[in-house]
Design a protein around this ligand. Structure first.
Ligand SMILES: *Cc1c(COP(=O)(O)O)cnc(C)c1O
Length: 390
C-alpha cells in the first residue's frame, strides 16, 4: 500500500503541542509550552453552561450558531470596536478559532493561490493553506529593541498577481506583538490596492498589556467589505477546551467560510454557546482584570527568564514571551534545548522554529507561556534559575 497520508499534510507531522504536553506529564514538569490557563473562567460563564445542559440544550444547534450567541458577538463587536454586524447574516459560530480559520481558508482559496502570512505563525495556518492547495508566502517578523518588526519592502515584494489573502494575527502568537496603527494602515492599504481578502485572527484581543489597544482590521477605512474577523471564547474566558469560536464577515465572505465549515463539524458545543454569550456580556471590569492579572505573571516570568540568562524579547500581549537561548546554550539549538529542559530543570517550553516556514529563522528562539497561577510561575522561575547556576 502506498503511504496513506495525504501528501499535502505529510510535511506537518504531529503538532508540537501534543508532543511537548505529553513530555511534561511524563517528566512531571511545569508546562509552560502549550498555552492554556490553569484556573477556571468566571462563575457566570461556568454556571451558564451547567444550566444549559440541565435545561436540555444538548442537541444540534442551528448551523450558524444559537441566535443569542450571535447577538452577543454582534454586541461585543459594537461595544469594543464600534463595528456593526448583522447576527442573522454576518456572524458564524465555529468549533474554536481553529475551525473558523479552516472554514475561512478552505472556503475562499483556490489551488495555486498565495497567502501572505507573517512568520513565525500559529501552526494550523500552514496546514490549512496547504490543504486548500494554496501556498504560504512568509514575511519575517524580526525581534528588535523596538519589538518585533517586519520590512515593508519584503511585505510589498511578497504580494504577487497570485496573492489572494493576507492572513494577519494580532495580538500575535508566538511573539506577543501588537501590530501598530501604522503597520495596520500599511497592510490595509496594500489589501485595498491589490484587492485582497484579509483574514484576521484576533483570539488575544483582550489579552493586551501596558495600555495598548487592540485595533480591529475590519474597522479601518475600506476594510469592512474584505475582512474576515476571527476570534474565540477560549482565551478570553479561560475555556480553551470548549472550542467556541466565531467568524464576523460581510455576507459573501461569511457564506464562503460557512460553505466549508458546514462539512467540517456542521455545528458544535450547544450548551457552551449560551455560556460564551454570557461571558461576552460581562462588564468591562472582567476584561480589564483578565489583562492585568496576566500582565503580572508576564512580568514575573520575564524577571525569571532574564535571571536565567536568556535574551528576553518583551511581550506586549498574549500568553507568550520569546527568548533567545544562545547566551544559555551557545549552539542555539532550540529543539534540542526544549527536549532537554524538562529533564534538566522540570520545565517545558516550545521551540519557536515550529512556527516558521523557514525553521532556521527561529532556530535559537524558545517560547514560554505565562498563563498560569503566580505560584506556578514562581516555581518555574525557581527551577529555571538552576540554568544560570550550572
Ligand atoms: C489558541 C489560538 C487559536 C485557536 O483558538 P481555539 O478557539 O482554541 O480554536 C487560534 N489562533 C491563535 C493565534 C491561537 O493562539
Amino acid at each position: 500500500m502506498r503511504d496513506p497520508l495525504n501528501s499535502r499534510l505529510a510535511p506537518f507531522g504531529t503538532t508540537i503541542f501534543a508532543t511537548m504536553s505529553a513530555l511534561a506529564v511524563e517528566t512531571g514538569s511545569i508546562n509552560l509550552g502549550q498555552g492554556f490557563p490553569d484556573t477556571d473562567g468566571p462563575d457566570e460563564v461556568l454556571s451558564a453552561a451547567i444550566e444549559a445542559i440541565r435545561s436540555g440544550q444538548n442537541q444540534y444547534p442551528p448551523g450558524l450558531g444559537i441566535p443569542d450567541l450571535r447577538q452577543a458577538i454582534a454586541e461585543h463587536q459594537q461595544r469594543f470596536y464600534g463595528l456593526t454586524y448583522d447576527p442573522a447574516r454576518e456572524i458564524l459560530v465555529t468549533a474554536g478559532a481553529t475551525e473558523a480559520l479552516a472554514g475561512a481558508l478552505l472556503g475562499t482559496l483556490e489551488p495555486g493561490d498565495e497567502v501572505v502570512v507573517f512568520e513565525p505563525m500559529y501552526d494550523s495556518y500552514q496546514a490549512c493553506i496547504a490543504l486548500a492547495g494554496a501556498t504560504v508566502v512568509p514575511v519575517l517578523l524580526q525581534p528588535s529593541p523596538a519589538g518585533y518588526v517586519y520590512n515593508s519592502d519584503e511585505l510589498r515584494a511578497a504580494i504577487t498577481p497570485r496573492t489572494r489573502t493576507i492572513l494577519l494575527n494580532t495580538p500575535h502568537n508566538p511573539t506577543g506583538k501588537v501590530f501598530t496603527a501604522a503597520e495596520m494602515n500599511e497592510i490595509s492599504s496594500l489589501a485595498i490596492e491589490h484587492d485582497l481578502i484579509v483574514v484576521t485572527d484576533e483570539v488575544y484581543e483582550h489579552l493586551i498589556f501596558d495600555g495598548r489597544e487592540h485595533v480591529s482590521m475590519a474597522g479601518l477605512p475600506g476594510m469592512w467589505d474584505r475582512t474576515i474577523t476571527i476570534s474565540s471564547g477560549g482565551k478570553t474566558f479561560n475555556t480553551t477546551g470548549w472550542k467556541i469560536g466565531w467568524v464576523c464577515a460581510p455576507p459573501p465572505l461569511l457564506k464562503a467560510a460557512m460553505s466549508a465549515k458546514q462539512f467540517l463539524t456542521y455545528v458544535n458545543g450547544a450548551p457552551f454557546q449560551p455560556a460564551i454569550a454570557a461571558g461576552l456580556r460581562l462588564g468591562d471590569e472582567y476584561f480589564s482584570k483578565l489583562a492585568s492579572g496576566l500582565a503580572a505573571t508576564r512580568d514575573r516570568l520575564r524577571v525569571g527568564l532574564d535571571a536565567a540568562g536568556f535574551t528576553v524579547y518583551g511581550s506586549e500581549a498574549t500568553y507568550f514571551t520569546t527568548v533567545d537561548i544562545t547566551p544559555v546554550r551557545p549552539d542555539g539549538d532550540g529543539v534540542a534545548f526544549c527536549q532537554e529542559l524538562p529533564h534538566l530543570v522540570g520545565v517545558v517550553a516550545i521551540p519557536n522554529q515550529v512556527f516558521y516556514v523557514n525553521p532556521e529563522k527561529g532556530r535559537n528562539l524558545v517560547r514560554f507561556a505565562c498563563c498560569k497561577r503566580m505560584e506556578v510561575i514562581d516555581e518555574a522561575v525557581e527551577r529555571l534559575s538552576k540554568l544560570s547556576a550550572a
